[in-house]
Design a protein around this ligand. Structure first.
Ligand SMILES: [Cu+2]
Length: 144
């Protein structure tokens, strides 16, 4: 009899943990869509698009990521908040920069320094925010 009680209590605890933990985990893992290559148009919704690139081919050291956002009729939009998180997918947590905000240049380009600290596979995850709402998440993967 005691064994059954222990079994039932264990099962109840497992079910409760699953109900609480799985939806919370799902909310914490946003999906970043793979983006077209540097220099190409990346649609970000509502006809808007962005074009990104680097000041030089990414290599060890600091490279500057440059990004421009255009409205559907081709005007630059400089009202967005854009964040970038850089790291190595094969070494999750080892070099993650955390979300860092792009600064806006006088020309209306969004700029972010990216530190490449070792050779291998790298990933930049972009989050684009308009009026406090995330409108786009995308990632760029490359090898150094
Ligand atoms: Cu590494």
């Amino acid at each position: 009899m005691k064994k059954n009680v222990v079994l039932v209590i264990t099962l109840v605890i497992i079910v409760v943990v699953m109900l609480v933990a799985i939806p919370a985990g799902a909310q914490q893992k946003p999906v970043f869509l793979p983006m077209p290559d540097p220099g190409k148009k990346v649609p970000i919704g509502n006809g808007y698009y962005l074009i990104y690139g680097f000041d030089k081919r990414p290599k060890l050291g600091t490279v500057i990521m440059k990004l421009e956002v255009f409205t559907g009729d081709g005007k630059k939009d400089t009202t967005l908040e854009i964040k970038g998180d850089t790291g190595m997918p094969s070494m999750r947590g080892a070099h993650e920069s955390g979300d860092r905000v792009f600064t806006l240049s006088k020309k209306g380009d969004y700029l972010l320094p990216v530190n490449i600290v070792m050779p291998g596979d790298w990933e930049i995850r972009l989050t684009v925010i308009k009026e406090g709402k995330v409108i786009f998440r995308g990632r760029h993967n490359f090898d150094v």
